[in-house]
Design a protein around this ligand. Structure first.
Ligand code: NAP
Ligand code: MG
Length: 487
């Protein structure tokens, strides 16, 4: 560590903001730690209102030229960023693992390739973005997507670069300029993205990255009158705060929030598949918004399902996320571990039984946990834990399964294990969820809409839905007559 550079996993990372094509320092700093061993990764620029204003000013100044840049050129630059991500894939994977503790093997093979794909997908989608014209009594209605202006993008720590680029790529493709604020627990890969974008030739001010604590820099970004869109991924309380801050300016918001999603296991399911799907919910040490943390199992197969689940969960290896054999790494922060353990302790005090787990280990690790004997209205069933903690409840029939599944304030996702296509269609139609998986989990196409219902979010992103959000959609109606009043 020296000056404004830190070295993480052998990679040099600039710890300053990136504003208007320049590195900008702050007088204050915050310390970034690794969840693997608690070591200090860097002293990061701690931005406040002045840096927020400077970043929005840079994004505002860069907007007209970027909005006027032909689509093909914008797409070319996004592909160039994707090339840069692919060239630096090993660096990005290693730095992200050091910073947030998620598995190196998934960063290398799944997450960072997806980061590159985020840019390629929206670049290509931009070039095919089109709508048929409508005809009304000879008048042509032509639909177009106009760039909206500077966008503020605020992202969490559980999948930092993947979730950031899921917003950055469509916002840039749409012809908007961006101010990105990553989470304070994972500031590093956003800084590398700024380097990559600059090397790719993205003009100064089109992408800006500000670092800092949300509580200190957030309001200046989300209440700024020049900001035309805010896209946020994170928790419900922060979303409410941001919505209030944006309200006086009526800035349009996209909110991707938390969940308490169910996995419904019917007696007609392949129980090995169902158990495997359930164990998958411990991925990323349970720090996945989409995780199906409530296992709802038909009574007649609950014992057998539990036996197979416990057998599979026992095969998980917990430890250093840089090791190839590790399945479960550390949780993000000591504060988060306390929160997880608090949820489990209170559930047990209220009568829950830990079938497996329930133990805080040395360092920042928590054992994969399954709790039974939990009441539907209890905290552990109703609130998002964001750690490797699942609950198991049983149901007698389909109606009860649907009732339990829908009985939280969330509606992000739902997963079904069933051998019956008719049942899958029937149940899916009754579930409140932005995404439903039937006999599978997590896979999805970027052309599809993504988002949550109820407190799991507002709006949808993905494919055309992203352009609908990031653009001012326009309908131009032309008279049937010729252009000089002649037919
Ligand atoms: P969080 O505490 O809400 O933080 C998310 C982001 O908001 C961070 O960058 C944070 O900055 C910032 N922030 C905090 N206060 C702010 C304020 N007053 N104004 C503006 N920004 C502010 O959420 P988290 O704990 O990082 O993330 C976990 C949550 O995200 C879970 O609920 C999870 O389900 C959800 N999530 C949802 C999705 C989805 O797509 N639906 C995906 C992943 C995660 P600081 O880090 O500096 O506080
Ligand atoms: Mg960190």
């Amino acid at each position: 560590m020296s000056g404004h550079l830190t070295t993480v996993a052998g990679v040099a990372v600039d710890t300053r903001h990136w504003i208007g094509g320049q590195r900008v320092a702050s007088a204050a700093a915050f310390t970034d730690h690794s969840p693997i061993d608690g070591s200090v990764l860097g002293e990061i620029a701690r931005g406040a209102a002045a840096e927020a204003d400077a970043a929005v000013a840079a994004a505002t100044a860069a907007f007209p030229a970027w909005a006027a840049t032909p689509r093909a050129e914008r797409a070319r630059l996004l592909h160039a960023i994707a090339d840069g991500v692919e060239r630096r894939l090993e660096d990005l994977a290693a730095v992200e693992t050091a910073d947030n503790g998620a598995l190196l093997r998934s960063h290398r093979r799944g997450v960072m390739p997806r980061v590159a794909h985020n840019f390629r997908f929206f670049a290509d989608r931009l070039l095919t973005l089109d709508h048929e014209d409508f005809d009304t009594r000879g008048h042509t209605n032509h639909i177009s997507w106009d760039p909206a202006g500077p966008c503020v993008l605020i992202t969490p720590w559980n999948a930092p670069l993947m979730l950031a680029t899921w917003k950055v790529a469509p916002a840039l493709a749409a012809g908007n300029t961006v101010v990105l604020k990553p989470a304070e627990w994972t500031p590093l890969t956003a800084s590398l993205l700024a380097d990559i974008a600059a090397e790719a030739g993205l003009p100064a001010g089109v992408l800006n990255v500000v670092q800092g604590l949300g509580s200190e820099i957030g309001d200046a970004l989300t209440s700024h009158p020049d900001v035309r869109r805010i896209s946020f991924t994170g928790s419900v309380p922060t979303a409410k705060h941001i919505a209030a801050s944006a309200a006086p300016q009526l800035t349009p918001l996209s909110l991707e929030l938390g969940g308490k999603s169910p996995l419904l296991v019917f007696a007609d399911a392949d129980l090995d598949l169902a158990a495997a799907l359930a164990v998958e919910q411990y991925d990323n040490a349970g720090q996945v918004c989409l995780a199906a943390t409530r296992l709802l199992v038909e009574e007649s197969v609950a014992e057998e399902f539990t036996r197979r689940f416990v057998e599979k969960a026992a095969q998980l290896t917990q430890g250093d996320p840089r090791e190839e054999a590790t399945d479960l790494g550390p949780n993000i922060h000591p504060r988060q571990l306390e929160k997880i353990d608090g949820f489990v302790r209170r559930a047990i005090a209220a009568g829950a039984r830990a079938v497996i787990g329930g133990t805080r280990l040395e360092g920042q690790y928590y054992t994969p946990t399954l709790l039974t004997d939990v009441a539907q209205d209890s905290e552990i069933v109703q609130e998002e834990v964001f750690g490797p903690v699942l609950t198991l409840q049983t149901f007698r029939d389909e109606a009860e399964a649907v009732r339990l599944a829908n009985d939280t304030r969330f509606g992000l996702a739902a997963t079904l294990a069933t051998g019956s296509r008719e049942r899958a269609e029937r149940v899916t139609g009754q579930l409140v969820a932005g995404t439903v998986w039937v006999n599978c989990f997590f896979v999805r196409d970027l052309r599809a809409p993504f988002g949550g219902s109820r407190h799991s979010g507002v709006g949808r992103e993905g494919g055309t839905w992203s352009f609908d959000f990031y653009c001012d959609v326009k309908n131009t109606v032309s008279a049937p007559k010729g252009w000089n009043g002649h037919g």
